[in-house]
Structures are given as structure tokens and as C-alpha cells.
Write a protein that binds this ligand. Structure first.
Ligand SMILES: Cc1cc2nc3c(=O)[nH]c(=O)nc-3n(C[C@H](O)[C@H](O)[C@H](O)COP(=O)(O)OP(=O)(O)OC[C@H]3O[C@@H](n4cnc5c(N)ncnc54)[C@H](O)[C@@H]3O)c2cc1C
Length: 403
């Protein structure tokens, strides 16, 4: 290292590591951020930004850029494939408590690039790309990471693992990562086909119920994302062949098309929670600490909420607050992730497993009654838009607010 040891070393420059490093850098903390990838990943991942996340990112001047590159979705929909009956949840009921009463559909990479560009301008932040961390540990007065390829050891006051699902920092903390893997796999594909030309009453985010497996349709600028679940026992790589996906779309939407495919990503979905998020000078956040079903779009959002909360706790710890101040981070975030993110995403997934038309109609009727009742609808949308989880985190605090 050219300069002295950083105060905080962040492993992983995904959206969560970048957000944490940026927040710390803005607070004047000396930060080094490491990632093994030479640049921001363009892989298809998150596209849904929830209202409180947009509020948080607005405080950093980033939301305007996301809005200019994404697509505002004022309402989302649950729909019966065969009949077109649907319930629409209108997020404008949240207008009195967020400056962004909508979902934004925007590629995760747009956020990562915006954060990376800005943090390179901060004098106390260094970003090292193409550098892989092979081991992590700590002594009484400092923590360290061992770099791959014989690049040596870096020391810092704290090491934070924002290093994703296979986190090496989580292992160093000694946390278990209990949970399970969903049996169904998902195929994500993007297409320029305008689904709203076929069904003009579609919203920008749609969860569509069907008897042989459900699917979702998300509208981003100039493109739709389709998430399908394989319906045969063929290996995933076979199901993910472009011809096979086009065939599946042609069967779902006879007489429509063509379904040109721009990108395809098969993936498996997990629900897992790290048993502890801190050991002394080592901490974790984002996917390193929790994984949930992407239905409802909460993983990255939750990780950014972790980053904001951890940033505040680290700044307080570094400015000489009581030595146990960092305990507040796990106390505030872990129960919210468990009860309001992983459990909510699980409910979203379970609901979409209903198969028979009568059963689905009945469930749709219950959802319509909910949408038509302003107070209940508001409570439901506060929960699914992650506002309620942040309220709970504040209540759990006895510590600083996170938003
Ligand atoms: C298909 C799909 C759709 C999704 N949709 C949504 C959505 O709409 N909304 C939402 O909120 N979430 C969504 N998610 C979840 C979201 O993508 C993740 O929660 C998010 O990427 C987590 O960010 P992170 O920074 O914690 O981890 P990651 O994005 O995984 O970043 C971890 C980084 O750490 C680096 N790294 C790992 N190990 C090392 C090491 N040893 N040394 C150096 N670097 C290392 C990696 O290179 C990587 O850059 C979706 C996920 C998928 C798969």
C-alpha cells in the first residue's frame, strides 16, 4: 500500500460494498475497497429499487441518475394468465412518507457504476480491482486480509465482508449460513418484445399466475425481463437454450412474438441467514450475511440498508463511542432481514405456487379486498416496500436511525 493502513477495509465491490465505502468515504473515513473483478459486473441481477432505498440514495445525489436510466413503476400487479383478471397495487398510497412512492426498474450495474465513479473522487477512498482475498483474520488491535498471488497482507482497524454468497469473511467470523435452496430453478431472459402491446393493462412489474408454473414480467427501458420456471425435468442448461425459451414463450403467448432474446440467465434461489454478523473487528453485510428469494426484489435493497446502518455504526465507533456500539448493527439488521425480507420473499414465492384456477381466483379475490381497503393496502405496501422493516430497525436500535 502506498499510504498507511486504511481504517476500514471492505472486501467486495458489489452494490453493497460500494455503498458502504462511499458512505464511509463521505464521512471522512479512510477506506480501501477490494474486488477480484476488474470492473463492475454486468450480469443480470437486481432491477427493482424500493422507495426507501431511493430515498437513501437521493441523500447521496444518486437517485436522479438512476431515474434517468431506469423506468418508474407506479404500481405492480398480480394476474391470472388465462383470464387476465388482476389486482393492481398502487404505491401512491405511500406518498406522504417517501419522496419516491414507486418502484424503479433499473439494472443493478447502473447503481454500482454510479457509486464507483463518485467514490473515486473521494480523497480517502482507494479502490483496488483485480485483487482477490485469500484469507481474513484479526489480532487484538487490528484486522487483516491476505491477498492472493503472493500480494501480501493488508491491515485495517476493521474488515467488512461485502463479498457475496460465498463470503470468505463470513467464514472467518465463524458464522453458519443456515437455510435452504428452493427446489425450483429460475430462467431469467430479456426480450424487446412489448408485452404491453399484447396486454395493454399490464403494469411495469407483473407476477403472473398460471397452472403450470408462474412467471413474472418486468418492464425496464426498452426491454422486458421474463422470469420463468422450467416445467420439465430436463437439465437446466437444456431449459436455458434460447430455442427452448422462445418455444416456451410462444406456447404461453400463442399468436404473439417474435421473442428475440437478448440475455439469458438460469439461476438457483436460496434462503439463508448468517448466524452472526460480527466477530470483533470483522463484520459482514449484504449477500454475505443473507440470501432471499428474488420475488419482491429485496436482496440488494436490504444490503444497501445494511450498508447505511453499518456505516453509521462504524463512524460512531471510530469517533470514540462506547466500544459496544457495533453490536447495534446486528441487533438492528438481523431480525429485520430474517422476519421482513427472507420471510416476506418466502411468502411471495409460496403464494405463486397455487395451481388450480379456482384456488388462484379465490386468492386473487382476497388480494383484491386488500387492495380496495386503503388502510390494509397501505400496511401491506409499507411491508413489501421495505418501509416497515426500516421502522422496526429504528425501534430495535437504542441507536441511530438508518434512514
Ligand atoms: C436474477 C436475480 C435478480 C435479482 N433481483 C433483485 C431485485 O430486483 N432487487 C433486489 O434488491 N435484489 C435482487 N437480487 C439480489 C441482488 O442481486 C443481490 O442481493 C446483490 O447483488 C448483493 O450485493 P452484494 O454487494 O452483497 O454482493 P455481490 O453483488 O455478490 O458482490 C460481491 C462482490 O464481492 C467480490 N468478491 C467475492 N469474494 C471476493 C474475494 N475473496 N476477494 C475479492 N473480491 C471478492 C465479487 O467479485 C463481487 O463483486 C437479484 C438477484 C438475482 C440473482
Amino acid at each position: 500500500m502506498a499510504a498507511g493502513n486504511p481504517v476500514v477495509l471492505v472486501v467486495g465491490a458489489g452494490p453493497v460494498g460500494l455503498a458502504l465505502a462511499y458512505g464511509l468515504g463521505l464521512a471522512g473515513v479512510d477506506v480501501t475497497l477490494l474486488d477480484r473483478e476488474p470492473q463492475v459486473s454486468r450480469q443480470l441481477r437486481a432491477s427493482t429499487f424500493h422507495p426507501p432505498t431511493l430515498d437513501m440514495l437521493d441523500a447521496w445525489g444518486i437517485t436522479a441518475e438512476l431515474l434517468s436510466r431506469g423506468r418508474v413503476t407506479p404500481a405492480w400487479q398480480i394476474r391470472l394468465h388465462e383470464t387476465g383478471e388482476h389486482v393492481t397495487f398502487d404505491l401512491s398510497v405511500l406518498a406522504d412518507e417517501t419522496a419516491h412512492p414507486y418502484r424503479l426498474q433499473c439494472e443493478q450495474a447502473v447503481l454500482s457504476e454510479a457509486l464507483e465513479r463518485r467514490l473515486l473522487d473521494l480523497p480517502r477512498v482507494r479502490l483496488l480491482r483485480g485483487v482477490s482475498v485469500a484469507a481474513v483474520g484479526q489480532e487484538a488491535d487490528r484486522a487483516w486480509v491476505e491477498l492472493d498471488a503472493g500480494l501480501g497482507r493488508l491491515h485495517a482497524d476493521y474488515v467488512v465482508g461485502c463479498d457475496g454468497a460465498h463470503s470468505i469473511v463470513r467464514k472467518a467470523i465463524g458464522a453458519s449460513f443456515d437455510g435452504s435452496t428452493y427446489p425450483d430453478t429460475t430462467l431469467l431472459a430479456t426480450t424487446p418484445f412489448a408485452f404491453d402491446s399484447m396486454w395493454p393493462d399490464l403494469a411495469g412489474v407483473n407476477y403472473v399466475w398460471q397452472d403450470s408454473g408462474t412467471y413474472s414480467l418486468l418492464h425496464l427501458p426498452g426491454v422486458w425481463r421474463v422470469s420463468l420456471h422450467p416445467v420439465s425435468d430436463a437439465p437446466l442448461e437444456v431449459e436455458a437454450e434460447p430455442g427452448r425459451i422462445r418455444q416456451r414463450l410462444a406456447m404461453l403467448f400463442p399468436g404473439h412474438g417474435p421473442f428475440d432474446l437478448l440475455e439469458i440467465r438460469p439461476y438457483r434461489v436460496h434462503k439463508r441467514l448468517a448466524s452472526r454478523w460480527r466477530d470483533g473487528r470483522l463484520l459482514i453485510a449484504g449477500d454475505a450475511a443473507h440470501l432471499n428469494n428474488p420475488k419482491g426484489g429485496m436482496g440488494m435493497n436490504g444490503g444497501i440498508h445494511d450498508a447505511r446502518c453499518l456505516c453509521e455504526h462504524l463512524v460512531r465507533a471510530l469517533s470514540g463511542a462506547r466500544s459496544d456500539v457495533l453490536e447495534g448493527y446486528e441487533r438492528q439488521r438481523l431480525p429485520v432481514v430474517r422476519d421482513d425480507i427472507i420471510a416476506q420473499a418466502d411468502r411471495n414465492h409460496a403464494r405463486m405456487q397455487l395451481r388450480g384456477l379456482d384456488e388462484r381466483r379465490e386468492a386473487l379475490g382476497r388480494l383484491r379486498a386488500l387492495a380496495d381497503d386503503r388502510d390494509r393496502c397501505r400496511a401491506y405496501l409499507r411491508q413489501t416496500s421495505m418501509l416497515e422493516g426500516l421502522d422496526k430497525a429504528r425501534a430495535l436500535a437504542g441507536a441511530p436511525a438508518v434512514a
